[in-house]
Each structure stands twice: as structure tokens, then as C-alpha cells.
Ligand binder design. Structure first.
Ligand SMILES: Cc1cc2nc3c(=O)[nH]c(=O)nc-3n(C[C@H](O)[C@H](O)[C@H](O)COP(=O)(O)OP(=O)(O)OC[C@H]3O[C@@H](n4cnc5c(N)ncnc54)[C@H](O)[C@@H]3O)c2cc1C
Length: 496
């Protein structure tokens, strides 16, 4: 959709949309023809938009990227932390470039460690995320060189954006280091936030034994070989954390507590295409219809001894469409009853990692417990957590105390900005300049243009969101696959 068209529609559609007349708006657009664009967040989402803009830059474009961590390129997921932390997508699907699907594989083939490897095997491999980060860093450096050759104005600012002012819809402003800066367009690429603290356990939050940020390894310094460790959560971050703990020499059993205590599933049957199931998926479907289709197909494949996970892969290209079709009641039902099951089936681990997890469970080194933390109290350097087991049919709730030297929060990034006091997006939502997405997930946005919306459901025509910020609108919006498509789309909108 053409950017100017979006705006025209906006001014026609919205009663009292502003004091700006359409003509006045177009004048200010012309003034901003210099394309002075800001990206908030220098993770992979932010730099993918930047690479797209650099590749198609028009003369006079000026681009500023803000990152509070001062890291441009790798973002949170692809830091050089542990070689044991693996991509959960095969290498053959991790190209940054939509037009060159084997770009990562070609880069790998030039790395000394992989020159002898069979390309078909490399394409199926689950490689270290740090290695993927090296590839991202290399491609980002090339883009920076191109920008310099083209004489583009590109500024990388290691600064936190602390507030947004979207009162003038044509000239959004952001605040950094106590100064307000005006841009023609903003791209919000703030990515992953720290996890939410467990409810009802305030003693936890400031205790030295509590690790709020599982993605920084600084807490490993506190670890001793016989520390008692409790991990909150049972997803991919739990797996990474367990690998870090074992690599750091932890000898003792680890307890993982999560609401359902589902076991992780492995990636099986790579490349299995379920074409009959894919073809049976309708253009429009209710949650109930989809469940019926899925369950029928699940029984069929299981009857033949094949696991049902490839059904999830077959569903994935359609999930954004179905999610948008669901009513609020269906979305709520999904979040309450199916989200955890979907999470287990969707976020699987490579087979060899799954074997390691199973081995640790068999050896009593990993216990996965279904329940939740009810209370926490400090006992010197340790934390005592009261855990209530999940109630199963006839089994009454049981409560027990667990004394831990380290409690690591691996419950996943907070997705409700309304809960992040002081965050610029929380402030903008509170002021009505932005709105929370469906069910409070991410931001409300127009799913065609990817522009965010305000509290009156009106599009903010010069402010875009990407990646996990679109979780409520699109549901599946965090993996590289979705982010690179969105980056291409946003760059196209900005330059059209
Ligand atoms: C541990 C982990 C593993 C993953 N593995 C995979 C995988 O294998 N395959 C896959 O496809 N996807 C994976 N993902 C999904 C992943 O979220 C995306 O692939 C991608 O990393 C998200 O990038 P991002 O730029 O949106 O967010 P981030 O990487 O979180 O980057 C956001 C950036 O914004 C900056 N920022 C935030 N707020 C501000 C502010 N107010 N001012 C200035 N800067 C700000 C932060 O400093 C940060 O650098 C993984 C995610 C995680 C968390």
C-alpha cells in the first residue's frame, strides 16, 4: 500500500483526526522528503529494516538507529554467549535475504569449519546461534560499507529512547538523552523485553539469588558446582539455561517449574510435507474447525507411527491469517487453553539436544514440575519458594517448599507493554498515542501497512512496528522468517 494513500485514507476516515488538514499534512510530507527515518532498536529486526533501506536508498535519505544496549546487529538472540545455544530453525531457512534463500548456507560454505561439510546436511543442521550472529554481523558490516559508498547519512546511536511524542502525526518525535528529536518516520523495533516477575512473590524481585535476565550470563559467576537451581519456565530459554549451567560445571539436579510441565518435543521428520493436510486448510476457519481438522490429521499420522509435529509446520504459513480471523473470544480461548500446547509443538529442540534433556531427566538431573510459585521468602543468600503443584483431575493441590541458591526466570519475554512501568511504549499507550494489541499483546497496528494505531483505533501513519511488537495482531511474529518479510514491507512503505 502506498504510504501517501494510507494517510489520505486516514484523514478521510477519522472524524476530528486532527487539526491538520490533508493539504497541510502533504506540505509537511514534502518538507520531510529528505526521508529522515529513525529506527528504535538495533537488533535483527531493526537492522533488517536498515539493510533494506540502504539497498534501495533514495538520495537524501538519512537513517538513525537507536539502541540502548549499544549493540547493532545481533540483538538479544544471537550474541556470542555459548556455542551450545542452538538455532531452533535449520540453517537452510535462516537466510537474511529473501531474494537469496541460501545466503546463510553460502556464507557458511566459506567458513573454514564447514568447507568439508555436505551442503544438504548443513542445510538441515541446527547451528550455534552465535555463529548465525557472526553471519548477521558480516552482512551488517557490508551494508554499512555500501551506505558509506553511497554517501548515505547513517547514524548509530547507543542511546535509550525514553519517550515518544506522536501528537503531530506527520512528524513523530522521540526523546533521548533529554532531547526531543523529530523524524519523518519511526520504526519501533524494540524486540524482546525481560520476563514478567512471578505474581505473588515480591520477595523474589530484589533478592541476589533471583535472575531476572536469563539472556545475560553474568549470573553464572554466582554458580557453584553444588548450587541448588530452580528454573521458572520450561521452554527454549530453559533449555539454553540448563546447557549454560552444565557447561559451567553444575553437578546437582535442576528443578524446572512451569504451569503445565509439558516435556519439550524434538524436531522429527525434517522436510516431511503434509500436502493433503495443507490442501485441506480452508481460506477462512474458526478455531473449532481448525481443531477438528488438526485432531483428525493427528490421529491419521499417529496411526502410521509418524509424529504430529509436522502438522504444526504445515499450519504455520497460515497462522497469521487465521489469528486475524479469530474473534476476541476465540483468541482468549486459545490463550487460556491452547497456548501452552501450541508453544510445545511449535518451539521444538534439535533431536540431539532432546536426547540430552531426556538423559538428564533419566539420571535425575532434571525434574520438570507442573505447578506455580505461590510465595517466596528470603533465607540469607538463598530463596525459599513455596510451590503449588498443578491440580490434575482427582489429585488435590499439593504445596511444598524449595530452597534455592539461584532462581532463574525463563518464562519468556514480557509481551504486555502496559505492565512495563516507565517504558516509552507503556507511556505512549497510557497517553493514548498508541494502543495495546489484542489481549494486551504488543501494540495495536494496521496489519496491512504495519503502522501502529492510537487509542481511537486510528492509524499513526508515520510509525511502524515490527517483530514481537506485532504479536497481538499477528500471533506468529517473532521468528526470522516473519521479521525479514516485515522488514522488506516496511522499507517498501517508507520509500514508496
Ligand atoms: C533466546 C532466543 C532464541 C531465539 N532463537 C531463534 C531462532 O533460532 N530462530 C528464529 O527464527 N528466531 C529465534 N528467536 C526469535 C527472535 O526473537 C528473533 O529472531 C529476533 O532475535 C528478534 O529481534 P528483534 O530485533 O526484534 O529483538 P531484539 O533482539 O530483542 O533487539 C531489540 C533491540 O532493541 C533495543 N531496544 C529496546 N528498547 C529500546 C529503547 N527504548 N531505546 C533504544 N533501544 C531499545 C534493545 O537494546 C535490543 O538491542 C529467538 C529469540 C530468543 C529470545
Amino acid at each position: 500500500m502506498n504510504f501517501c494513500f494510507t494517510l489520505t485514507a486516514f484523514f478521510i476516515d477519522r472524524k476530528g483526526a486532527g487539526q491538520l488538514s490533508q493539504r497541510r499534512y502533504q506540505r509537511s510530507r514534502l518538507k520531510n522528503q529528505m526521508q529522515n527515518i529513525a529506527i528504535v532498536g538495533g537488533g535483527i529486526a531493526g537492522i533488517l529494516v536498515a539493510i533494506q533501506l540502504i539497498n534501495r536508498a533514495k538520495p537524501g535519505m538519512s537513517l538513525t538507529i537507536f539502541d540502548k544496549a549499544g549493540q547493532f546487529g545481533r540483538g538479544l538472540a544471537y550474541q556470542p554467549r555459548q556455542v551450545a545455544h542452538l538455532l531452533n530453525v535449520p540453517a537452510g531457512k535462516m537466510s537474511l535475504d529473501l531474494k537469496a534463500p541460501d545466503d546463510f548456507l553460502q556464507w557458511l560454505a566459506r567458513q573454514p569449519a564447514f568447507v568439508a561439510d555436505e551442503p544438504a546436511v548443513l542445510a538441515q543442521a541446527y547451528l550455534p546461534r552465535a555463529l548465525f550472529g557472526d553471519y548477521v554481523a558480516a552482512r551488517w558490516q557490508e551494508a554499512l560499507n555500501r551506505a558509506a559508498q553511497q554517501g548515505l547519512t547513517l547514524e548509530l546511536r547507543a542511546e535509550e529512547v525514553t519517550a515518544l511524542d506522536l501528537t503531530n502525526k506527520a512528524e513523530p518525535r522521540l526523546k533521548t538523552e533529554d532531547k526531543w528529536l523529530t523524524f519523518a518516520a519511526l520504526v519501533l523495533a524494540c524486540g524482546n523485553e525481560l520476563p514478567r516477575h512471578p505474581a505473588g512473590a515480591p520477595a523474589l524481585t530484589n533478592h541476589p539469588a533471583y535472575v531476572h535476565n536469563p539472556w545475560s550470563d553474568s549470573w553464572l559467576q554466582q554458580l557453584k558446582p553444588h548450587s541448588k537451581v530452580l528454573i521458572l519456565g520450561n521452554g527454549l530459554t530453559m533449555v539454553d539455561t540448563l546447557l549454560s549451567l552444565r557447561a559451567a560445571g553444575l553437578k546437582t539436579p535442576v528443578l524446572s517449574v512451569s504451569p503445565h510441565g509439558y516435556g519439550m518435543l524434538p524436531h522429527r521428520h525434517p522436510g516431511l510435507q503434509l500436502s493433503q493436510f495443507s490442501q485441506a486448510l480452508p481460506e477462512q476457519a474458526s478455531l473449532r474447525q481448525l481443531l477438528r481438522l488438526f485432531n483428525r490429521a493427528r490421529h491419521q499420522v499417529r496411526r502410521l507411527g509418524v509424529s504430529a509435529e509436522p502438522l504444526i509446520d504445515a499450519l504455520r504459513p497460515h497462522t497469521q491469517r487465521y489469528w486475524q480471523q479469530f474473534s476476541l473470544a476465540e483468541k482468549t480461548l486459545f490463550m487460556c487453553r491452547l497456548r501452552h500446547l501450541w508453544g510445545v509443538a511449535r518451539h521444538r529442540v534439535p533431536l540431539h539436544l532432546h536426547d540430552q534433556l531426556q538423559q538428564q531427566r533419566l539420571n535425575g538431573l532434571l525434574e520438570v514440575h507442573a505447578g506455580q510459585v505461590m510465595q517466596a521468602r528470603s533465607a540469607g543468600d538463598q530463596l525459599i519458594l513455596q510451590i503449588c503443584s498443578r491440580v490434575h483431575r482427582d489429585v488435590a493441590a499439593q504445596t511444598f517448599d524449595y530452597c534455592a541458591d539461584l532462581v532463574i526466570n525463563c518464562t519468556g519475554p514480557e509481551q504486555d507493554y502496559r505492565k512495563l512501568t516507565g517504558h516509552p511504549l507503556q507511556q505512549a499507550i497510557a497517553a493514548g498515542a498508541l494502543a495495546a494489541g489484542p489481549l494486551g499483546l504488543g501494540l495495536a497496528a494496521d496489519t496491512v501497512s504495519l503502522c501502529v494505531k492510537d487509542a481511537n483505533d486510528a492509524v499513526q501513519p508515520a510509525v511502524y512496528a515490527i517483530g514481537s511488537l506485532l504479536r497481538g495482531e499477528l500471533w506468529e511474529s517473532t521468528a526470522l522468517h516473519e521479521i525479514r518479510l516485515q522488514a522488506q514491507h516496511i522499507a517498501g512503505e517508507l520509500l514508496s
